[in-house]
Design a protein around this ligand. Structure first.
Ligand code: ADP
Ligand code: MG
Length: 325
């Protein structure tokens, strides 16, 4: 059991006019044994944030901690307490290696009985242990993603980061992979950061949810609470756009601000970054200049439900659970 903490994390790519702050002062905690869903549109900085935890994105500010200790230092001591599974199951496995060898390779140094352990892991992810000698080329996308998960688990992690792991799969197998992931997470009591642009998917697996927009977390809290009663207009837009969602609660969302160009991440808007698209901001309510002048960011990311909006919706009197499908 481990707690993963992003503390004021900042990632800046490039320099000069092309510089881009992909993650801008994000604080987020994945409590021990819980699943935190990270959702937001493409380019909002979800993958970049996740990559800082495994040393694949440069940290230009802040810290990433595992149980209060710098995550890089924990990793160097042999074991790999944090493992990441990526979106593309076709590039994440070496095509020349059998799946058993791929999994075995990821085990900690000095592991004994690798063959038995490989079989156990294959079984854990719902694959026939007799297929250990198979090359990934013979597997479907869903099966490859199961192998990628087994490979991540081979490192005996306490924390798993799953970045869009079902996004490249056929819809027909996405559910099975999500079920597997949720089952394994519970069985092994893993802490997990689960990233997806798909709100329905995030809702299905997450205890807590954090919503990212242009490098910032704009709303966070317990999943059912955030999705039943979203406070930030961006979250409301996401919820309203999700299929088969009950949306009558969200009438103020129905966009008076239709199809505004997405903001340029190289030059994020002043004040609240969402104001050029926001139905609650100065585009609709001219007197709300606060949105243009003042940044509402407050590092929203605790367990309590919080939103970084000057005009967050008042709490709804509706029972937060009963109106969900
Ligand atoms: P998401 O995972 O939410 O789609 P990313 O973290 O991939 O978002 O990207 C966030 C922003 O950072 C985007 O504007 C993207 O173009 C930019 N970006 C990502 N990786 C790099 C990189 N290696 N170099 C420069 N810019 C990058
Ligand atoms: Mg991504």
């Amino acid at each position: 059991m481990s707690e993963l903490t992003f503390d004021e994390v900042r990632v800046r790519y490039g320099s000069g006019r092309s510089a881009l702050t992909a993650v801008d002062g994000v604080s987020l905690t994945v409590p021990s044994g819980q699943v935190v869903g990270l959702v937001g549109e493409s380019g909002s900085g979800k993958s970049t944030l996740a990559r800082t935890a495994v040393g694949l994105a440069p940290l230009s500010g802040g810290r990433v901690l595992l149980d209060g200790e710098d995550v890089g230092r924990r990793t160097r001591r042999g074991r790999r307490p944090l493992q990441m599974v990526f979106q593309d199951p076709y590039s994440s496995l070496d095509p020349r290696m059998s799946i058993g060898a791929s999994i075995g390779e990821a085990m900690p140094r000095g592991s004994r009985d690798r063959r038995t352990e490989v079989a156990r892991l294959l079984e854990l992810v719902g694959l026939d242990p007799d297929r250990a000698a198979t090359r990934p080329g013979l597997l479907s996308g869903g099966q490859r993603q199961r192998v990628a998960l087994a490979r991540a688990l081979a490192g005996r992690p306490e924390v798993v980061i799953a970045d869009e792991i079902t996004s490249a799969l056929d819809v027909s197998v996405q559910g099975a992979v999500l079920n597997l992931l949720r089952g394994v997470q519970r069985r092994l009591d893993l802490s997990m950061l689960f990233i997806s642009h798909n709100l329905a998917v995030v809702r299905y697996v997450s205890d807590l949810v954090a919503v990212m927009y242009l490098g910032r977390i704009v709303e966070a809290g317990p999943t059912e609470q955030v999705l039943a009663d979203p406070q930030h207009p961006y979250t409301r837009d996401l919820v309203a756009a999700a299929p088969s969602w009950h949306t009558s609660l969200l009438e103020d969302t129905v966009s008076e601000v239709a199809d505004v160009e997405p903001s340029d991440p190289h030059r994020p808007p002043a004040g609240c970054r969402y104001h050029p698209r926001c139905p609650r901001g100065p585009l609709v309510h001219a007197e709300r200049t606060l949105c243009v002048t003042t940044d509402p960011a407050d590092g929203a990311a605790g367990r309590a439900h919080r939103a970084a909006c000057h005009f967050a919706a008042p709490s709804s009197p509706v029972d937060p659970i009963s109106h969900l499908p």
